[in-house]
Every structure is written in structure tokens, then in C-alpha cells.
Design a protein around this ligand. Structure first.
Ligand code: ZN
Length: 463
């Protein structure tokens, strides 16, 4: 060995101990085992001796040279010493410090550059006061749900997509992005986890799913509760937007189940295959309920799993059949009027805040078929009907939904029968009963029908 000891103490017993500790023979072996150096002062273990020697003496190994400046490198353990001269994989202490300092400097510069770019990025996206009173129906529903999911953080500072997990069973980022696009949320880099925004060369990049958001200005402090209460009282009549939001939510509820089932059977799908599955589910949702699609998913995932065990098949090939299997099953079910069973909501997949709000406001949940979901939204406005649908169909659907929503199916049919008996034609009778129904949200009230076609209009509840 070729060691240079730099003593940091001068007590004779300590100096003697350090020399014995590092003493080596001709063969390069250490002369004494550490345990043999005991007793020393009040030490009781070899580890105490090693620790003490390390603290009281710097050791340079003249056989190991720094790759940068060729100075001897510092070692702290016996096992790090080398018997033959060689180039060290480590730098000497002085070079190590210079390199660290250069790294620190580079990091500080990178942070400074990132901060400047981020500042410019946010300046290009200045806060735009939102008119919270006039947001569209889907935005109001989503804000109600988001508040439920992260209360009280919606009104008090920023939140990340990760904080909003309770919003929906899946696709939470998509729902947050809907609010961002609607102009009620803005990015809040200060609330994002470190590393969310980074420089790639000179380009500023962002990990989209890690972004944090906060409400756009426009809401007086402490007014969030008043605003949300007003949303609760809204008449909600924008059927296309509400239906689109429900479809997004229902699709997420199906995909959460699909992903869980695929994980059980180790099916792995590519992005384009997953997109096909989502599109098949979306088409299916126009007729079926989420609970029925869960059973369809359950069936095709198991079919594909058994396929994987056949000759000439493997798991990847079998997984690739999933989108087609699902689409064919749903098309066949429609064509042949096959009954799709309804599954109960799986315990580990709660409906999420958005599901709760949709159920609370509109009475729809995983058991509501898409056609009924559409009717539930459409009957709230006179303007919306199914494509190419006769007016009488729209009116009769609206009447049925309102009667069921108010839990007055018998009173409705009784009225209808009385009006028909008075000589009204079918279409006119439907419209007559509907005209006595209150608008959604108002309390229903019935007046006895008296008179027939041509008689003076009956005083009924306000339309
Ligand atoms: Zn060096």
C-alpha cells in the first residue's frame, strides 16, 4: 500500500492507534484486524474504532490518481485502498468540489431559464375574469362535482389532477380539461409538483397530467357557496351539452371497469385499440346503460382470455380482438334485440362526485340507458328532439319523463284518459296534458279537467 496519512489529532494514544489501523505489510495486507486494536479508551466495538480513525485522520491513496488532475484521491475505508498504482474512477476532493460547484451553477442557471420561460408562458395566458353566472350547463354541473370532489380547495388556491381523483372513476384529466377549455380554470404552475414544467433544449414542455389549476378570477371572495347554490337551482335546459357530459362520464365509468378487467386477465391494448373500445362503448351508450355495458365488457374480456389459450393464439393477439368483439356483441344485441344483463356497481369503483351530482340533479345513474338519459335532458327544453323524430314522439317522451320525475304516473294517465274521453285527438291530448305540467323544478299541481275541444282553457299550473 502507498498511503499518506494526514493526522487531525495529536494525542499520543490516538496517533498510535491510527498508525496501527492503517499499517500494512509487504504483501499489501493490513497487519492487524480492527478488533485487535481494542481495548482503546472506553471503546467496546471495532465499529467505534473505525469511526474514530476516520474522524481523526485523512488518508490519501497515492496508488489511486484523480482522472482530472492526477492528484492522489481521498479514501475512508481499508477496502478502498489499492495495492497497485491505477487511475481512480473517482475524482480527488478538490476536483470533486469544482465539479459539484459547476453542477450547482448549471442547475441554478437552468432553474433561472425555466422560471423566465414559465413567466413568459403565463404572461401569454393572462387571467381572464370568468362570468360564472352565465357558464353553460355542463360547466355548471362539472363545477358542482369538482367542488364536491376537492372541497374546500376549489375556492382556496390550486389543485392538481391528482387531487381530483374523487371526481370520476376514470378520465379525470379530461373533465378538468373541459373546465380549462370552458375558461373557468387556469393553469397554476406555482401549485404544480416540481418537474411538471421543464426545458427540453430550449423548448418549454409540460407533463399534461401533472398540471395544477385554479379558478379564473371573477368570483368575489367567499361567494363560491352562493354561486354553487344558484347552480343547484338552475333550470338546466341545454340538452346537447348535458348529454355530451353524461356520455363522457358514462364512457369513463365503462373504461374504468374495462381497465380493471383487462388487468385481471393481463390484456394489454395499444392506444389505437383503446380508442376503438371507447368508440364502441360510446356508440353502445346511446342505447344501453353503463351497468349493461359492464356485463358486455365482462363477457368479451373473458372470451378473449380463453382465446389466448388456443393454439396459434397468444395473449397479445387475443387482446387485439377485444375492440372488434365488443363492437360486434353490441351491434348483435341491438339487431337481434338480445337482452344485456345489468351488473351491479363494483365495490372498488365508486361513482365519483360527478356521478353523484348527475344522480342528484337528474336522477340518472349507471342503470339509466342512454336513450333515457337523452330524454331526461331533452324534455327540459322545448327545443331538443331526437334527430328526425316526429313532434308527437318528443312531446310524449317529455310527458312520460315529467310524470315519472314527479312520481305522478297515475294522475297523468287519468288526465290523459279524461281528455281523450272528451273527444280530443291523440296528438292534441298529449299536448293538452303536457301544457298542464309545470316546467321542471316547479311544483306540479293539477286542476280537474272540464270541457272538451273548443272549450275555454282550464286554469292550470304555469307552463
Ligand atoms: Zn483532481
Amino acid at each position: 500500500m502507498n498511503l499518506e496519512l494526514q493526522l487531525l489529532c495529536d494525542a499520543p494514544d490516538a496517533v498510535a492507534l491510527i498508525h496501527r489501523y492503517w499499517a500494512t505489510g509487504e504483501d499489501g495486507q493490513f497487519l492487524e484486524k480492527v478488533a485487535a486494536l481494542l481495548p482503546f479508551r472506553n471503546f467496546t466495538s471495532p465499529a467505534q474504532v473505525t469511526q474514530y480513525v476516520r474522524e481523526q485522520c485523512r488518508v490519501l491513496d497515492l496508488n489511486q490518481r484523480c482522472p482530472r488532475c492526477a492528484e492522489a484521491v481521498l479514501i475512508t475505508t481499508r477496502s478502498a485502498a489499492r495495492a497497485q498504482p491505477q487511475r481512480s474512477p473517482r475524482h480527488c476532493q478538490a476536483c470533486e468540489e469544482k465539479i459539484e460547484s459547476a453542477k450547482r451553477e448549471a442547475r441554478a442557471q437552468a432553474e433561472q431559464r425555466l422560471a423566465e420561460r414559465l413567466c413568459a408562458y403565463m404572461q401569454a395566458r393572462p387571467p381572464v375574469p370568468a362570468d360564472y353566472a352565465t357558464v353553460t350547463d355542463d360547466t355548471a354541473v362539472l363545477l358542482l362535482a369538482l367542488n364536491t370532489a376537492i372541497a374546500p380547495r376549489l375556492a382556496a388556491g390550486g389543485f392538481s389532477g391528482h387531487d381530483c381523483k374523487a371526481l370520476a372513476p376514470a378520465h379525470v384529466g379530461h373533465f378538468i380539461e373541459r373546465l380549462h377549455q370552458a375558461g373557468v380554470l387556469m393553469e397554476a404552475p406555482a401549485h404544480a409538483a416540481p418537474g411538471t414544467y421543464y426545458l427540453d433544449g430550449d423548448a418549454l414542455r409540460v407533463k399534461v397530467n401533472q398540471r395544477a389549476f385554479e379558478l379564473q378570477p371573477g368570483l368575489a371572495p367567499g361567494h363560491i357557496d352562493t354561486l354553487l347554490a344558484a347552480y343547484h337551482r338552475r333550470s338546466f335546459n341545454d340538452a346537447p351539452r348535458l348529454y355530451d357530459l353524461w356520455l363522457d362520464y358514462a364512457e369513463a365509468d365503462c373504461m374504468a371497469y374495462f381497465n380493471t378487467q383487462c388487468a385481471i386477465y393481463q390484456h394489454e391494448l395499444y392506444a389505437d385499440e383503446l380508442a376503438e373500445v371507447r368508440s364502441a362503448l360510446r356508440a353502445g351508450l346511446e342505447h344501453y346503460s353503463v351497468a349493461q355495458l359492464w356485463s358486455a365488457i365482462w363477457r368479451v374480456v373473458r372470451d378473449a382470455a380463453s382465446l389466448a389459450n388456443r393454439t396459434y393464439y397468444n395473449r397479445a393477439k387475443a387482446s387485439a380482438t377485444l375492440p372488434g368483439k365488443l363492437r360486434r356483441l353490441l351491434e348483435r344485441a341491438r339487431r337481434e334485440a338480445l337482452e344485456l344483463k345489468s351488473w351491479r356497481r363494483p365495490e372498488p369503483q365508486p361513482a365519483g362526485a360527478l356521478g353523484m351530482v348527475l344522480a342528484e340533479l337528474f336522477g340518472i345513474d349507471e342503470n339509466t340507458p342512454g336513450s333515457v338519459a337523452w330524454a331526461t335532458f331533452a324534455h327540459r327544453s322545448e327545443d331538443w328532439a331526437g334527430v328526425g323524430e316526429p313532434k308527437a314522439w318528443m312531446a310524449s317522451r317529455r310527458l312520460m319523463v315529467r310524470a315519472l320525475e314527479a312520481d305522478m304516473p297515475f294522475a297523468t294517465l287519468k288526465q290523459f284518459a279524461e281528455i281523450l274521453a272528451a273527444g280530443y285527438p291523440l296528438d292534441a291530448a298529449i299536448h293538452e296534458v303536457l301544457s298542464r305540467w309545470p316546467a321542471p323544478g316547479a311544483a306540479p299541481g293539477w286542476e280537474a279537467f272540464s270541457g272538451g275541444p273548443g272549450s275555454a282553457p282550464v286554469e292550470g299550473p304555469a307552463p
